[in-house]
Design a protein. Structure first.
Ligand code: 2P0
Length: 328
């Protein structure tokens, strides 16, 4: 953290990350400890820029893409600021101004970039100088996946067993990767990932099997990447994500984020693979499909999919940087 932003105010940028091995389900709701470790790629697009100003106001305020927020969105940010105030030993309320590059709450990791940027801006504005590991633990309290967006490139979040041991860290990426986003629907999802996870853990008969397999998936995927075997890694990424959706679909009541176009994209990804392109699908808590591919062939793969998926925009995202403070 830097002192050059003046006491009381700081601006930070963080990017979304897409999990290759997924986080789905908590061991501890309050501390946001996950049941499984996860692996992700921080992207170069889909950024959130957040300014935090501690003021003499009587309460916290939150503006998201220029719109003043109330209700649950504000309460969640306020609870997070309570943690920062506790660490810094201050009591002032804060004004939070946050802007997203991409759509909010559409399953495109806006809470990951959002809470990573908030953790960095709020801690700097409060005068804290946290290490990146401490920042990752702090961001985790806001939203689990946010702990991974503190770092750039390939990132692993080791589940750990308590607040101190659950944090993300960057890994060398032996294969340059890219992620295509096939945007099936940019609307807000009807059910939050937080609620969807809770219901899955509580009621899916497939959940424990997915948790067990996930630990194997992570180690096998890391070995495959180290061996330069994108085919083996991609197969594991796709299986891990579709397995996670199987746990949701088998929850009671079922959580089905898929739309008809979701299946069209999944089918196109299979056909692209049959045509020799290195592409594997992954999905998060929404109907959009992300496609893991090599950085080298990303443009070609996006063009191949685009021409076969009328009305579904396909964007190319490369590896992105760590969260950082900026001058306003
Ligand atoms: C992930 N997702 O690993 C998984 C895959 C969505 C599907 O992390 O409750 O917003 O705030 O910890 O981090 C989305 O969940 O959930 C997510 P909370 P979060 O990227």
């Amino acid at each position: 953290a830097s002192r050059s932003f003046g006491p009381g105010r700081a601006t930070a940028v963080a990017h979304a990350n897409i999990a290759l091995i997924k986080y789905w389900g908590k061991a501890d709701e309050t501390l946001v400890l996950p049941r499984t470790s996860s692996l992700s790629l921080t992207l170069d697009g889909l950024a959130t820029t957040t300014t935090v100003t501690f003021t003499g106001a009587r309460s916290d305020s939150l503006s998201l893409d220029g719109e003043e927020q109330s209700g649950e969105a504000l309460r969640r940010v306020s609870r997070f600021l309570d943690i920062v105030r506790g660490l810094a030993g201050i009591e002032q309320h804060a004004q939070v101004d946050s802007r997203n590059d991409g759509p909010t709450a559409a399953g495109l990791a806006s809470s990951a970039s959002g809470f990573a940027a908030l953790a960095l801006a709020a801690s700097a504005a409060a005068g804290l100088e946290l290490s990146s590991r401490e920042l990752s633990r702090l961001a985790r309290r806001g939203s689990g996946s946010a702990c991974r967006s503190i770092f750039g490139g390939l990132v692993v979040w080791r589940a750990g067993h308590d607040d101190l041991s659950s944090f993300a860290e960057p890994l060398d990426c032996p294969i340059p990767l890219a992620v295509l986003v096939a945007q099936v629907n940019a609307g807000r999802k009807a059910i939050s990932s937080r609620e969807a996870m809770r219901r899955t853990v509580a009621s899916s008969p497939l959940y424990e099997a997915w948790v067990q397999r996930s630990a194997v998936d992570l180690e096998d995927a890391l070995s495959a990447l180290r061996a330069g075997d994108l085919g083996a890694a991609g197969t594991i990424f796709e299986g891990n994500a579709l397995g996670m959706h199987a746990t949701m679909i088998s929850a009671r009541p079922a959580i089905v984020y898929w739309e008809p176009d979701t299946v069209r994209v999944l089918d196109a990804v299979h056909r692209a693979r049959d045509a020799g392109l290195p592409v594997w699908a992954t999905m998060d808590a929404g109907p959009n499909v992300k496609v893991v591919t090599s950085a080298e062939l990303a443009t070609e793969a996006a063009a191949w999919l685009s021409t076969r998926l009328e009305n579904i925009p396909v964007s190319v995202n490369c590896c992105g940087p760590a969260a950082r403070l900026i001058s306003e």
